[in-house]
Design a binder for this molecule. Structure first.
Ligand SMILES: Nc1ncnc2c1ncn2[C@@H]1O[C@H](COP(=O)(O)OP(=O)(O)OP(=O)(O)O)[C@@H](O)[C@H]1O
Ligand SMILES: [Mg+2]
Length: 362
């Protein structure tokens, strides 16, 4: 059983805090992603977990033992962790099998045992047929598999991966993320995965920590994060969304041209997120709006549309002037200028904080 606890972790460079009071706990076998834009402190956090950087404040504990604090850091090689760096590197002068067995040779395991373990890991990453090749004879994706295999071969308590797929093209990235997911299922190693690609984080993680300027804004399972973002930043960073401004008054959220029930919250300005997928278009030829509980039908017009293959991307303008984006299935084709009802479930209007939220502890 492995638990990794991070408590109030901070790294300051002068007055600038690259990582600012970050707390989270990983359960045994959990796959957690740190997701955020460039410069938000992901690599710095990962390097502190690995033991390469001493924190300015806070602590890291592995299975209850403190391994990092401002007063001392257990060195990387004594942490039973494997890290794959942003620019992954495998040794060019060693074959695939020698690369994967390197850490095991350092541990002075018997030769036959090393051969057995290397063969096993290479089978899992589907590289057994290339064991004798050198890195210069491999594709980028194959080299990446070797880097993964080498990290897994050590059977670390914790795997740390820093944007391991950023050097690969889009198709290969999708293959490799399935590969990483499969390896994780096979070995169940507790993993911290750094990425700025939200779809990658969604596809691969048990939970995602959304990081903004060194702080966690939200930490949640992918589906919960997508359907209930807490902040403007989280809503915009995880997928596309409509952010609409209105005000809250007497138990309602009032927007330009429509209103919806509000569950709690103080009266005053309100910002809400509505995912394009939650809007549906219906034809409108005069007559009253359909009526359905928990569903709004708003009169609007298609002002723009783009065909994206798997869906239509519509730009809509409500009669009150509010503009919205909607996603529609390819078989429902509304031309530009079409007058429509826009069906909007009130439950999909999610109020969010306009300002960053600092999630200091879970
Ligand atoms: N040694 C250092 N001295 C001063 N500032 C640093 C140092 N290392 C990192 N920083 C700053 O800390 C911030 C966080 O850097 P970090 O490398 O953790 O970002 P990141 O989230 O990994 O970004 P990317 O997605 O671009 O890799 C950045 O603004 C960076 O310039
Ligand atoms: Mg980085």
């Amino acid at each position: 059983m492995t638990t990794l606890q991070i408590r109030g972790l901070t790294k300051a460079y002068g007055a600038f805090k690259a990582v600012d009071d970050l707390s989270l706990t990983l359960q045994d076998g959990e796959f957690l992603s740190l997701l955020g834009p460039s410069g938000c402190g992901k690599t710095t956090t990962l390097r502190m977990i690995a033991g390469f950087i001493t924190p300015t404040a806070g602590a890291i504990l592995l299975d209850g033992q403190e391994i990092s604090s401002p007063s001392g850091v257990v060195p990387p090689e004594k942490r039973q962790m494997s890290m794959i760096f942003q620019s992954y590197a495998i040794w060019p002068n060693m074959t695939v099998a020698q690369n994967v067995g390197f850490g095991l040779r350092m541990k002075k395991l018997p030769k036959a045992e090393i051969a057995r373990q290397v063969a096993e890991v290479l089978r899992v990453v589907q590289m057994d047929h290339l064991a004798g090749r050198y890195p210069s004879e491999l594709s980028g994706g194959q080299q990446q598999r070797v880097a993964l295999a080498r990290a897994v071969a050590l059977q670390p308590k914790v795997m740390l991966l820093d944007e391991p797929l950023s050097n690969l093209d889009a198709n290969l990235r999708e293959d490799m993320r399935s590969e990483i997911k499969r390896m994780h299922l096979e070995y169940g190693i507790t993993t911290v995965y750094v990425t700025h690609d939200q779809s990658e984080a969604m596809a691969i993680s048990d939970r995602i920590a959304v990081i903004n300027a060194g702080r966690i804004e939200q930490i949640e399972a992918p589906h919960a994060l997508y359907s209930r973002p807490r902040t403007r930043f989280a809503a915009e960073f995880i997928g596309r969304t409509n952010l609409i401004e209105g005000r809250r008054q007497a138990g309602k959220m009032i927007f330009d041209g429509f209103e919806a029930p509000s569950s709690g919250g103080a009266d005053g300005p309100v910002l809400a997120s509505v995912r394009p997928q939650n809007l549906r278009l219906l034809p409108r030829q005069g007559g009253a709006a359909p009526s359905e509980t928990d569903m709004l039908f708003l009169p609007g017009k298609v002002t723009e549309r783009i065909f994206l293959g798997e869906r239509w991307d519509y730009g809509l303008t409500l009669e009150g002037g509010q503009t919205l984006r909607a996603a529609g299935p390819p078989e429902e084709d509304y031309p530009e200028g079409a007058v429509v009802w826009i069906a909007l479930p009130t439950a999909s209007i999610i109020p969010v904080e306009d300002e960053p939220v600092h999630l200091a502890a879970e």
